[in-house]
Write a protein that binds this ligand. Structure first.
Ligand code: PEP
Ligand code: MG
Length: 325
C-alpha cells in the first residue's frame, strides 16, 4: 500500500471528473521542508510562525525572523509560501508578553487582535516577511479575522510597513498577496465582503468548529460536542465556498479536516478546490482526490445548514466510505 501511495507522487492532483485540486502542505518549522521534498506539493498553504516565539527567552528579532522566512521562500521558490502572522494568545500563550491571564483566552486578545495591540512585535514580523518576499513567492495570511473591517486594519498595517521599508531603500515585492483565515463563524457569515477584498482565503476548521459549537478544541470534557462535520460547520464552509466562487477568490482548507481522509470527499464535494494538509497526509489526500467522481458530487451538493447531523453521519459512514476507505 505504501508503495502504491509513493507512486502517486507523480500523478496529477485531479478528481476523476477532471477538476484540478491544488494540494499544499502545512508546516511549522523549516526542518519539515525535508519531509515534503519528495511529495511534489504545490506550495506551503500554511506556515505557522508561533514556534519562533514560544519557549524563547527573548523576542525573535527582525533579522532572526528574516533569515527563516527567506530560507523558506528560497527553498520553495517559485512555489507559493503562505506565512501566517503570529497566532498568539488562546492556547498559544506568549509568556514574553505583558498580557495578564485572561478569563476567556480563546475569546480574548488572540491572533490578529494580539498582533494589532502590540505594534512593535507585529511590525518586526511583517517587516521580516516583506523583506523575505524579495526572495520567493510569499503570501501573508492573518489569523482570527472576524470581518472585512478587521482585515482592512491588518492590510493597512502591512502597507505602512511597506512604505517604511521603501523609504529606507530596503527591497520587498511591491504587491504581496494578503489573505484572511476563515476560522471564526462571523468571517464565514460575512465572507462575501472578505472574498471581494482579500487576495485569498483559507478555512481553519480547527477553530471554526470550536467557535461554531462553543466547544473548546482542547477540552476532553466537551470533545463529544466538537463535531467537525456538524451541519452548522458545513453550512459555514458552504457559504464561504459560494462567496469565493462569486469573486473568484482562491480558497483553501488548512484545518485538520483537510488532512482527515473521512472528510476529504465531503470537502471536495462541497466545492473546495484547494487543500493544505500535513505532510504525512499528502499522498493519502491525493489518492482520495483522484477517486472523487460525479456520483460523489451528486451526493454532497446539497449539504448546508439545513442538513441534519444524522444525515451527514450516514452520508460519511456509508455513502462516502468507498472514497476514503
Ligand atoms: C485552524 O484553526 O484550523 C488552523 C489551521 O489554525 P491553528 O490550528 O493553528 O489554530
Ligand atoms: Mg486557528
Amino acid at each position: 500500500k505504501q508503495e502504491q501511495l509513493r507512486k502517486l507522487q507523480f500523478s496529477a492532483s485531479k478528481t476523476a471528473t477532471g477538476i484540478k485540486i491544488k494540494l499544499l502542505t502545512n508546516i511549522g518549522v523549516l526542518d519539515e521542508l525535508e519531509a515534503i521534498k519528495n511529495l511534489s506539493c504545490e506550495g506551503i498553504g500554511l506556515f505557522r510562525t508561533e514556534f519562533l516565539y514560544l519557549g524563547k527567552q527573548s523576542l525573535p528579532s527582525e533579522e532572526e525572523q528574516f533569515t527563516i522566512y527567506k530560507e523558506l521562500a528560497e527553498r520553495m521558490n517559485p512555489l507559493p509560501v503562505t506565512i501566517r502572522t503570529f497566532d498568539l494568545g488562546g492556547d498559544k500563550l506568549a509568556p514574553l508578553s505583558s498580557e495578564k491571564q485572561e478569563e476567556n483566552p480563546y475569546l480574548g486578545n488572540r491572533g490578529i487582535r494580539f498582533s494589532l495591540s502590540y505594534p512593535d512585535i507585529f511590525s518586526t514580523q511583517v517587516r521580516a516577511i516583506l523583506r523575505a518576499s524579495a526572495f520567493g513567492n510569499v503570501q501573508i495570511m492573518f489569523p482570527m479575522i472576524i470581518d472585512a473591517e478587521d482585515f482592512r486594519k491588518a492590510k493597512r498595517f502591512v502597507q505602512n510597513c511597506q512604505q517604511e521599508l521603501s523609504a529606507q531603500g530596503i527591497a520587498c515585492k511591491p504587491k504581496i498577496p494578503l489573505g484572511a483565515m476563515i476560522e471564526i463563524p462571523s468571517a464565514a457569515l460575512c465572507s462575501e465582503e472578505l472574498a471581494r477584498e482579500c487576495d485569498f482565503l483559507s478555512i481553519g476548521t480547527n477553530d471554526l468548529v470550536q467557535y461554531a459549537l462553543a466547544a473548546d478544541r482542547n477540552n476532553e470534557r466537551v470533545s463529544s460536542y466538537y463535531i467537525q462535520h456538524h451541519p452548522a460547520v458545513l453550512g459555514l464552509i458552504k457559504q464561504t465556498v459560494k462567496s469565493a466562487e462569486k469573486y473568484q477568490t482562491p480558497l483553501s482548507v488548512c484545518g485538520e479536516m483537510a488532512s482527515n481522509p473521512q472528510y476529504i470527499p465531503l470537502l471536495i464535494g462541497m466545492g473546495i478546490t484547494e487543500l493544505s494538509v500535513n505532510p504525512g497526509s499528502f499522498l493519502v489526500a491525493k489518492s482520495i482526490i483522484r477517486k472523487c467522481d460525479a456520483h460523489l458530487f451528486a451526493l454532497t451538493e446539497d449539504l448546508n445548514f439545513a442538513t441534519s447531523l444524522s444525515a451527514v453521519e450516514h452520508l460519511i459512514e456509508y455513502d462516502l466510505k468507498p472514497y476514503y476507505q
